[in-house]
Design a protein around this ligand. Structure first.
Ligand code: SER
Length: 593
């Protein structure tokens, strides 16, 4: 019998609730107060302060299903399992249960709730490094659960270590991380493809094995000298892709055939007149993934642009349009937008009903962007035709700047009796990909840029700035975001009136007065209604649970916040606002250090 995504969600929620877990509200796909990362890329992102030891208002056992987007996977889309948008099913133990309960419970979830045959499940555990010992405990737990040794594999930190920055050597000081244990499902109907190696194994990329869950044992924190010390708590951070668990539950190796994608694929088939088979498969997968991701990104309030999230959205829509072009000529922008409406929004209508934007908005944004793209393409073609000698690098620049497909450039070039050097094109392509991967690895760090002392000081300073701006510029001022590194803080805010240089100076003076007053910084965990009554500042786009954590700076400032903060404002030192600018309509930004 087929399992639907709605059934899978219900099973997961019930399972963790029965084991005393509370649901943490999801954070927006575009985090509002976390601009060190463009998109939310994992469920644990909002939990970093708590994994580092701050108490969580909902307690020590938590779960949720978090919408995520990973731009760095964009080039991988096209196989049976990679997507840019996905939902991560997560559960967490903040210093309460550890390896034994986590692995036993996840095993129960897989074998009893999802009824996955045990013989199709494989495990990986951490093999250890010179500094960090092998995870023998997990190995033994898996064995005691009845997993045969031949189904348990040991891998090094490239596979079985998890932190937001990847392997231990890439972690910044203060970053939490730990060994992990993954579970893989074997699709016995998929033949191993020797292109990926002589022998198949759980981490082989041929598509026979699918990773369906990752239990991270967050027990270490990186020290400034590169060594590791234990965190105050031994935590569990589990994440499993909903789409992948659904594929395993249905013994369906292609996630695009499960019901989180099937209607989207059907509509693409209808509009393109092409079946989901043979050489059409990859293009249809890319279109389906990109339209789905675009829809969720638009629903988070992003609009296409040449910067940040807007640029990612633009790239997704253009790539989808180009794939459709390859599949079967151009669709009208309206037909394209219909894939989002009848495919994506319908699929998720009973899951995400609290979007601020309506379907008309999604349709409008897609149509408008694709109309613009058609014009850009025409212009790019005209420019391209003017070039006398086309080399691979120029072709790549056109591909990169306008999204001009290489096939089209090839046809043009051929008309002129020229050939595009594909090797040069690919070199430029790979160089760019490496650069953007490095950049996104840096961007991917959630929370504050790091957990250094200076970053924490700036974090408390942003709370002061928030309150002082409100006092100086008026009570319609509200924080739109912040970006804090060890070098400076950046603070974005909405204000109906433009601040004058004198007002900014005044803000700086008052902030420094508050710092001098040596105000204590404390938090209280309280019901959300009580915090609202106190007038604690919150982010209007964030959803909060019924219990929240509020940080108080003396009696001067109150804010919903996870922390961490200094204990007393006197620790901050002097703050100077060195730049103030307008960044949008009624939107302003200031920098301070
Ligand atoms: N943080 C881990 C991951 O993203 C598990 O939740 O895979």
């Amino acid at each position: 019998m087929t399992m639907t995504h709605v059934q899978l969600r219900q099973l997961f929620q019930k399972f963790w609730q029965e084991r005393g877990h509370r649901e943490v509200p999801t954070i927006p796909l575009v985090p509002q107060n976390d601009p060190t990362t463009l998109f939310t890329g994992s469920g644990m992102q909002q939990l970093v302060p708590y994994l580092l030891g701050e108490p969580h208002p909902l307690g020590k056992k938590l779960y949720n299903i978090q919408p995520c987007f990973r731009a760095q996977d964009i080039e991988e889309v096209g196989d049976n399992r990679h997507t840019t948008f996905f939902e991560m099913m997560g559960n967490w133990s903040l210093g309460t249960y550890f390896k034994k309960d986590q692995l036993t419970w996840f095993w129960q979830f897989l074998t009893e709730e999802l009824k996955l045959p045990k013989e199709k499940l494989y495990i990986s555990v951490f093999a250890g490094t010179k500094e960090i010992s092998e995870d023998k405990e997990s190995y033994e737990i898996w064995k005691s659960l009845g997993v045969p040794e031949k189904h348990i594999f040991k891998y090094g930190p490239d596979k079985n270590w998890w932190s937001r920055a990847g392997e231990p050597q890439n972690m910044p000081a203060g970053e939490p991380g730990g060994p992990d244990s993954e579970v893989f499902y074997e699709f016995t109907q998929v033949e191993h493809d020797k292109k990926f190696g002589e022998k198949c194994h759980p981490n082989c990329d041929c598509g026979r094995f699918l990773e369906i869950g990752n239990s991270v044992f967050m027990e270490y924190k990186k020290n400034p000298d590169g060594t590791f010390s234990p965190l105050p708590n031994k935590n569990v951070d589990f994440g499993g892709g909903l789409e992948r668990l659904l594929a395993a539950a249905n013994d369906e190796p292609d996630i695009f055939k499960t019901d989180v994608f099937s209607d989207i694929v059907k509509i693409i088939e209808r509009w393109s007149g092409k079946h989901y088979e043979g050489e059409n498969i990859r293009s249809i997968r890319v279109i389906a993934d990109h339209i789905k991701a675009s829809t969720f990104i638009i629903l988070s309030g992003v609009r296409p642009s040449n910067k940040g999230q807007g640029y990612v959205l633009r790239r997704l829509l253009r790539r989808a349009a180009i794939k459709m072009h390859k599949l079967n000529g151009r669709l009208t922008p309206h037909e394209f937008a219909n894939i989002a409406d009848e495919g994506v929004l319908k699929t998720y209508e009973n899951v995400y009903s609290d979007h601020q934007n309506t379907r008309e908005t999604v349709m409008f944004v897609i149509e408008d962007e694709l109309n613009k793209f058609e014009k850009t393409l025409d212009r790019a073609l005209r420019e391209f035709q003017k070039i006398d000698k086309i080399n691979g690098k120029i072709a790549f620049d056109f591909y990169q700047s306008y999204g001009l497909p290489v096939e089209i450039m090839h046809e043009l070039a051929t008309e002129k009796g020229q050939v595009i050097n594909l090797k040069e094109f690919l070199e430029a392509f790979h160089k760019h990909r490496e650069l953007s991967r490095t950049a996104s690895a840096g961007m991917f760090k959630g929370g504050l840029a790091d957990q250094s002392e200076q970053t924490i000081k700036y974090h408390t300073a942003t709370h002061l700035i928030n309150q002082v701006l409100f006092d100086v510029l008026g009570n319609e001022v509200r924080q739109e975001g912040s970006n804090i590194t060890g070098e400076r803080l950046r603070f974005d805010y909405y204000s109906p009136v433009k601040p004058t240089p004198e007002q900014i100076k005044q803000v700086e003076t008052i902030v420094n007065e508050k710092i001098k007053q040596a105000l204590p910084v404390e938090f209280k965990i309280m019901p959300k209604a009580e915090a609202d009554k106190l007038g604690a500042k919150s982010f209007f786009r964030e959803k909060y649970p019924e219990m929240v954590k509020v940080y108080f700076i003396g009696i001067y400032s109150k804010e919903f916040c996870g922390g961490p903060h200094v204990k007393n404002t006197s620790e901050i030192g002097k703050i100077s606002i060195f730049k103030s600018e307008k960044v949008g309509s009624n939107l302003y930004r200031l920098y301070a250090k």
